[in-house]
Design a protein around this ligand. Structure first.
Ligand SMILES: [Zn+2]
Length: 295
């Protein structure tokens, strides 16, 4: 059995192919505790939760990496997000139960957006791929082939208890490494990966699994990296959200509700702001009548 909630990077040295394997247990269960998802919504969300740590180990970023799909439905919104140090969260909205596939029937006409926050000043880069193909893994494979020009395949699985994924990516030739039978190697390795089922990914020791599947290669396995559920919402961020509403709208809500209550959909934590809190949010811009004279 792999370590729970871990990511394993490995290299198939003879064929210059990199791989990533992830296993989610509590990380996935934390997401499921926060909403009652219909089966097929749960499935696409679990696939996305397994995909994001695969993406985050192959894309350079320093802030957050977000995968999002928005469409007319039945799944109207899917968003999963990872931090550079192994935290991740996710949620989905739906207006009906989708079929298992294809993506166009799950989201309607939609795009998958991959947003990469990078650099000290939080620069944001966005990659977009159409949400077409049978499964999420197909669309994400196309994303890599388009954006990085590197043949890439993903295999994603989940059930109500765990989620797991595997990624393989052919690396470019370098001065030291030039692979002669590149296409043959890629085909052989991906055909072998096709034989790995969900149960095997969930339950087999990683060394044993990689040795069986890639028996013709030399596998270099790196140390396991821990993954966890983590939400980065906070009172400060929620306050910023209220500030974004503008003072007038915030005051309108307060007039009818007495308090502004904001529940984070990712983690269900609740932040309540009363009229004093709201006044404090806007005080720097427009001091409320007389408040600037109170010391
Ligand atoms: Zn939260």
């Amino acid at each position: 059995m792999p370590d729970k909630d871990s990511r394993y990077r490995f290299l198939l040295e003879k064929s210059n192919i990199r791989g990533v394997l992830v296993h989610l247990d509590e990380t996935w269960k934390e997401v499921l505790r926060r909403a009652e998802y219909p089966d097929k919504v749960r499935q696409i969300l679990g696939h996305a939760m397994a995909a994001i740590p695969l993406l985050s180990s192959t894309i350079k970023f320093s802030g957050k990496l977000t995968l999002q799909a928005r469409g007319p439905g039945p799944v109207t919104l899917l968003v999963v997000q990872a931090s550079a140090d192994g935290g991740q969260r996710g949620l989905a909205h739906w207006n009906g139960e989708p079929p298992e596939a294809p993506l166009s029937a799950i989201f309607g006409e939609a795009t998958l957006t991959i947003q990469i926050e990078s650099g000290k000043r939080g620069e944001v880069y966005q990659g977009v791929v159409e949400a077409v193909g049978e499964k999420l893994q197909d669309a994400l494979g196309s994303y890599f082939e388009n954006s990085e020009q590197l043949p890439t395949r993903l295999w994603l699985h989940c059930d109500g208890e765990q989620a797991a994924g595997l990624l393989l990516q052919q690396l470019p030739d370098s001065d030291d490494i030039q692979i002669v039978d590149k296409d043959d190697d890629w085909q052989r390795v991906t055909l072998m990966a096709d034989t790995v089922g969900a149960e095997e990914l969930y339950n087999t020791d990683v060394v044993q699994l990689l040795t069986r599947v890639f028996s013709e290669d030399e596998v270099r396995l790196f140390d396991a990296e821990p993954l966890r559920f983590e939400c980065n919402c906070s009172r400060e961020r929620t306050a910023a959200l209220i500030e974004g509403l503008g003072q007038e709208e915030a005051m309108d809500i307060l007039a009818s509700e007495k308090e502004i209550e904001i529940i984070c959909e990712f983690c269900n934590s609740k932040n309540v702001f009363d009229s004093i809190d709201v006044a404090a949010i806007f005080r720097t811009e427009t001091p409320l009548g007389g408040s600037e004279t109170i010391h």
